[in-house]
Ligand binder design. Structure first.
Ligand code: UT7
Length: 323
């Protein structure tokens, strides 16, 4: 059977780093509160010349370089984002153009913080169906542009950035020993759509709008939803938590990550944490964390890696990859 094997990983961050202390002069908040409640110490904030497309392009180029490939080798781009450069066309098409590609096809996916997990599962389906041979799967976000900078309950949580994977279709044996995407589980439930949303849009207000969140409500649901899809993925692949080499969760809040890992019986030393450095970068958080852990030598070929995310919608999902 066809497997989607990881060939390369890359990321890109805006130049400007904003530490928690910078908020202390703007809002009634503190470095202590932010660190204790979330684990976040800093985030990167895009300047005017840095956009979802430019960050996504830079992450894609880094992943291609890591794979030893060029844009000519790619025939599919799936971009996970909720902060596109324009309402349309898809920012994926702009990235395709920036990479100098006039072949293949590119489209955006919108599943908010779960976007990258959805995008990996979607690219995997396309590769296994024979619609493409090599895919760039990108998560790129500029959430700083949709934050209400006077709302301390949301603006301290998010940051900007991008990460990307190159996936290549390759023949596998059909067992859990294969390299590549081994199993996935995706879910959504619109009952919760008003707990984390943007209060604008082309068809309603005609404006871009700002992010609104009932943090405590999201927090309450997060660990349960995350563990459900991971257990489903374990079941589909016929493995247990002990078989995992690495757990690379969405980086929204260290307390949610710790609670999920504990509930699943995943040892602390297997958990990749980057929320302290990047904040919550929505669809970019998982590939940014992957890039950190691959480049520092933690994730290696043959490792069993579980990706997971949960976010607005609600949407949630998990993907198991043999690196
Ligand atoms: O990526 C998509 C998924 N999103 C998430 O996973 C986010 C999920 N939610 C969370 O991570 C947490 O709920 C937050 C970090 C957003 C908040 O932490 P919490 O422990 O749930 O705090 P809370 O909302 O219950 O607020 C506790 C107190 C409140 O004051 P009172 O009502 O107890 O007097 C807030 O007004 O903290 C206050 N507060 C702040 N204080 C200082 C809220 N934001 C801040 C702030 N600085 N920035």
């Amino acid at each position: 059977m066809i497997r989607s094997v990881v060939r390369g990983v890359g990321s890109a961050l805006p130049r400007r780093i904003m530490k928690n202390a910078e908020f202390e002069g703007m809002l009634d908040t503190s470095d202590d509160w932010i660190v204790q409640r979330t684990g976040i110490r800093q985030r990167h904030i895009a300047s005017e010349d840095e956009t979802t497309a430019s960050l996504g392009e830079a992450a894609a180029r880094a992943a291609l370089e890591n794979a030893g490939l060029t844009p000519a080798d790619i025939d599919l781009i799936v971009l996970a984002t909720s902060t596109p450069n324009n309402t349309f066309p898809a920012t994926a098409v702009e990235i395709q153009h920036r990479l100098g590609m006039r072949h293949g096809f590119a489209f955006d996916m919108q599943a908010v913080c779960s976007g990258f997990v959805y995008a990996v599962a979607t690219a995997d389906s396309h590769l296994r169906a024979g619609l493409a041979k090599r895919a760039l799967v990108i998560g790129s976000e500029t959430f700083s542009r949709i934050l209400d900078w006077s709302d301390r309950t949301t603006c301290v949580l998010f940051g900007d950035g991008a990460g990307a994977l190159v996936l290549e279709a390759e023949e596998g044996e059909g067992s859990v020993a294969d390299r590549g995407v081994l199993a996935a589980s995706l879910r959504s439930d619109g009952t919760h759509k008003d707990k984390l949303y943007v209060d604008g849009g082309p068809s309603t207000t005609g404006t871009v709008g700002h992010l609104r969140m009932e943090g405590r409500e999201v927090f309450k649901h997060a660990a349960g939803m995350i563990t459900d899809v991971i257990e489903d993925t374990f079941h589909r692949a016929g493995i247990t938590a002990e078989d995992l080499t690495w757990f690379v969760p969405h980086q929204a809040n260290k307390r949610i990550i710790d609670a999920s890992a504990k509930k699943l019986g995943i040892a602390d030393e297997k958990v990749v944490i980057t929320v302290d450095l990047h904040g919550n970068t929505s669809a970019a958080s998982v590939p940014l964390a992957l890039d950190v852990a691959v480049r520092d030598g933690r994730i290696r070929e043959g490792d069993l890696v579980m990706l997971e995310a949960m976010g607005g919608g609600f949407t949630w999902g998990a993907v198991l990859i043999r690196w």
